[in-house]
Design a protein. Structure first.
Lengths: 280, 368
């Protein structure tokens, strides 16, 4: 029952972390944008994915699995334009003074840096819905918006609602395969790190299940849980440090934007841009 | 005196209980509600019966003046708006309290609440103008828009009744064809319940409540309508059980004409809903005979639907928090369900008790 280790914390600390993360996100996204520009043939000099900003760099861990995004790459080559559909409970809460949150920031920076590449992000997040409901809505939105890439933040509501892991796994796997069949790339955004959930077996089971799906289906998963866990440990290790869980949560959104942008960048530098075959 | 139990109140009470259950994702009893065999769910029933009740609210068209109708229906819209603002404020407080007491910031992000806490300035504007909705608190904004339309509906009904349903259908198909909806703000997105599409459900309830016109046609032909409904309802159940949804990328244009979307209450859903009510409306007399206590109970809830709906929404959120604390499970689920239904009953009873006590006092205070 008890999942609180931090208790209540000051709100001011939260806001500060959020702003820091927003700045980090912006930097990471700018780098991602540079990559996209390169792919469009207008920034060919950039050949490495963007580095993460210091606040979001988690030593010793990869922030995302590396998998190709062949359909995004093909769209860039063909039309210098990509369309991203954001689904799930992804918050677009403001970060610092950036209205529209991490997605708006990502879009802005990509547009600034990747001249000639048109990037559109369509946000169709509905909070509270479980993976099964989101999966059904995701397919409808793919039919209506024809994206090249789906950015799917999934699992948190199922974890908080104690939905059976098998149900989550089935819904996500089925949907990832459906997207592949329909030539739409997907980036999964895994669960968020909160120390109070570190010992929650169900939360951890959902997290592991999402990683397993990403591995089996060879799709990118943004591992913000692992990254933020390491970052928080590092923060706690600093003398006199007081980690505010609430602000850390806001910070995580800023880093998430960077991780997503970096994951896309790495994939698009791709060594293997041939479409991933769908599993039998 | 509260009105006698009747079919409309009974089914509205039924819709309220199922909405309460469906608003607790993951609860065991969620798998027993009719959405597990029906394309449409309790939201369709709730909005349809709201339209039906509008007919009762409008009353005898010969008595009420147009100005009276506008004021009365506008006042109702204001009342629903006030209810939405109240329950949203309480819901935000519940999430914040749970997050602080449990030390878990994840709870601040539940149900689209993150923007409220992390980007409060524009989000509070969005809450006030109904462009920012919390998850599972998004039906009343639809109801507000429908009630804002209600004065025009009542006037058209009075002066050009024949126009009402064709106009509603034209707006509905235009919404589907051109994907017209209301945007959410400041978080980019769309209303979960698109009022421009959902008005057709409300309007069907309003039109079918009449004993003449389309309502009269339905009553005269209810026997064969029910026969036609049987295969539709069975087909809907098969679609659900076998996941036979049409592929949204492969249907002809306009896409929304051919797929299942709750936000746009697409034709597939609408037809199945009409078939469902045609069929199940036949069961009320039997239920009344077999379980009069159940009919009285659900009618009690249905008679006080706005109050009960508001409390059900908050109890739904409370139920989710309780399930989170106790990690779900059948014991917690049963406790949440039993306590929730008891609270809904108490809400309805208190509403009528207050009205009963108000009436004699008003009589005493009024001049002879």
């Amino acid at each position: 029952m008890a999942r609180s280790e931090q208790g209540t914390a000051g709100r001011g600390q939260f806001a500060g972390v959020i702003r820091a993360m927003g700045a980090l996100a912006a930097a990471g996204l700018a780098m991602a944008a540079g990559l996209l520009g390169a792919l469009a043939g207008e920034a060919a000099a950039q050949s490495q994915p963007p580095a993460l900003t210091r606040e979001c760099t988690a030593p010793g861990t990869s922030t995302a699995t590396e998998s190709p995004l062949p359909n995004v790459a093909a769209a860039l080559r063909r039309k210098k334009r990509i369309k991203i559909l954001a689904i799930g409970a992804a918050s677009t809460a403001g970060m610092g003074n950036v209205r529209g949150g991490y997605q708006a920031l990502m879009l802005k920076m990509i547009k600034e840096a990747a001249k000639g590449v048109e990037v559109e992000i369509i946000n169709r997040g509905v909070s509270g819905e479980l993976a099964e409901q989101a999966a059904q809505r995701l397919k409808i939105q793919v039919g209506l918006t024809t994206p090249d890439l789906v950015l799917w933040q999934v699992g948190t509501n199922d974890a908080l609602s104690y939905v059976e892991v098998e149900r989550v796994e089935h819904a996500v796997t089925d949907t990832v395969r459906w997207l592949k069949e329909h030539k739409v790339d997907v980036v999964l955004v895994g669960l968020q790190y909160v120390s109070g959930m570190a010992r929650d077996s169900h939360y951890q089971a959902v997290r592991v299940a999402l990683r397993r799906i990403a591995q089996q289906e060879n799709v990118i998963i943004v591992r913000r849980y692992e990254a933020m866990e390491i970052l928080e440990r590092a923060q706690r290790a600093e003398p006199g440090a007081a980690v505010d869980e609430f602000s850390a949560s806001e910070t995580a959104y800023g880093c998430m934007a960077q991780y997503v942008a970096r994951a896309i960048s790495v994939a698009l530098f791709g060594r293997n841009l041939t479409p991933t075959p769908s599993p039998p | 005196m509260p009105r006698q139990a009747n079919a409309v109140d009974f089914w509205r009470g039924f819709a309220l209980v199922t909405i309460f259950i469906n608003h607790i994702p993951g609860i065991f009893y969620e798998r027993l509600t009719h959405r597990n065999f029906s394309i449409s769910d309790s939201a369709d029933l709730f909005v349809f019966l709201a339209g039906w009740s509008l007919r009762l609210l409008v009353g005898n068209p010969d008595r009420a003046s147009p100005a009276y109708l506008v004021v009365r229906l506008g006042g109702r819209a204001l009342q629903i708006y006030a209810a939405q603002i109240l329950i949203i404020a309480i819901a935000i407080g519940m999430l914040a309290a749970a997050a602080v007491l449990l030390g878990n910031p994840l709870l601040l992000e539940w149900h689209n609440a993150a923007a409220v806490f992390y980007d409060p300035v524009p989000t509070h504007v969005g809450l006030a103008i109904l462009t920012h909705h919390l998850g599972y608190f998004d039906i009343l904004p639809l109801y507000v828009v429908l009630m804002l339309m209600a004065p025009a509906v009542a006037l058209i009904d009075r002066y050009a009744r024949w126009l009402l349903l064709p106009l509603s259908l034209a707006v509905y198909f235009a919404a589907l064809g051109f994907r017209v909806t209301l945007p959410s703000w400041p978080v980019q997105g769309e209303w979960f319940f698109n009022p421009i599409a959902w008005q057709v459900v409300f309007m069907l309830g309003f039109v079918l409540a009449r004993s003449d016109g389309a309502g009269g046609f339905a009553r005269r032909n209810i026997a064969w309508l029910r026969i036609v409904s049987v295969p539709i309802v069975i087909a809907g159940a098969l679609v659900i059980w076998n996941d036979w949804w049409p592929d949204p990328t492969k249907v002809p244009h306009p896409t929304l004409f051919f797929i299942q979307s709750k936000s746009y209450v697409t034709p597939m859903r609408l037809v199945q809903f009409l078939a469902l009510i045609a069929l199940f409306s036949a069961t009320y007399p039997y239920i009344r005979r077999a379980a009069p206590g159940l009919v009285e109970f659900l009618s009690l809830l249905g008679r006080n639907s706005l109050n009960v709906f508001c409390v059900a929404s908050l109890l739904g959120l409370g139920g989710q928090i309780v399930r989170f604390i106790y990690r779900g499970g059948i014991v917690a689920d049963t406790a949440v369900l039993a306590a929730g239904i008891a609270m809904l009953a108490l809400t309805a009873w208190l509403s009528e008790w207050r009205d009963r006590n108000k009436a004699p006092r008003a009589a005493v205070n009024s001049p002879a």
